[in-house]
Design a protein around this ligand. Structure first.
Ligand code: SF4
Length: 169
């Protein structure tokens, strides 16, 4: 059983197709951390095989208790996945922490082959480039350096990985 948990309506994107009617801040009445742990307890009531939880939203990265909830799921024997938006909140450090907490898989959306197509649907310019970076981060969240955001530093289909990161000039 898959359990899709919309943790929040908060999201930094403004996608044309957004089903969640996302907004910049969370909605009133979203579950607190304590209430969320109670829901995790309730989920264990389904028994074995335990449901797999997909943390989604809105953007689940907007919840600062996300790592605690992922760890709480792991401690209860509940596997979990992440369906984040790609914004500045998507960082190697955040993803490494979530992996430490027990996140098993991640899904990223790419809506077009060009920035104009993707950003046009996502409503925020620069999202295409950040999504390309996110693929690299997701592939290796512990690499310790941020993929360069400058096209001039792109080599073929890959980003340079200078440490410290270059300035993109
Ligand atoms: S990333 Fe998801 S939640 Fe955010 S605006 Fe787009 S569709 Fe809505």
């Amino acid at each position: 059983m898959l359990f899709y948990w919309e943790l929040t309506l908060a999201c930094g994107l403004a996608c044309r197709h957004c089903r969640a009617t996302a907004m910049s801040v969370g909605a009133p009445g979203e579950l607190t951390t304590a209430e969320s742990f109670q829901l995790l307890d309730d989920i264990t009531g389904f028994g074995n095989p335990m449901p797999h939880v997909v943390f989604t939203g809105g953007d689940p990265l907007r919840r600062n208790d996300l790592e605690a909830l992922v760890r709480g799921a792991t401690e209860r024997g509940i596997g979990s996945s992440l369906a984040p938006a790609v914004t500045e909140d998507f960082t190697p450090e955040r993803l490494a922490g979530l992996r430490d907490a027990g996140i098993q898989t991640i899904s990223l959306s790419l809506d077009g082959s060009t920035a104009s197509l993707h950003d046009g649907l996502r409503g925020v310019s620069g999202t295409f480039e950040m999504t390309m970076d996110a693929f690299e981060i997701a592939a290796d969240p512990r690499h310790g350096s941020r993929p360069c955001r400058s096209r001039s530093r792109r080599v073929g289909t890959r980003w340079c990985r200078r440490t410290p990161p270059c300035t993109g000039r």
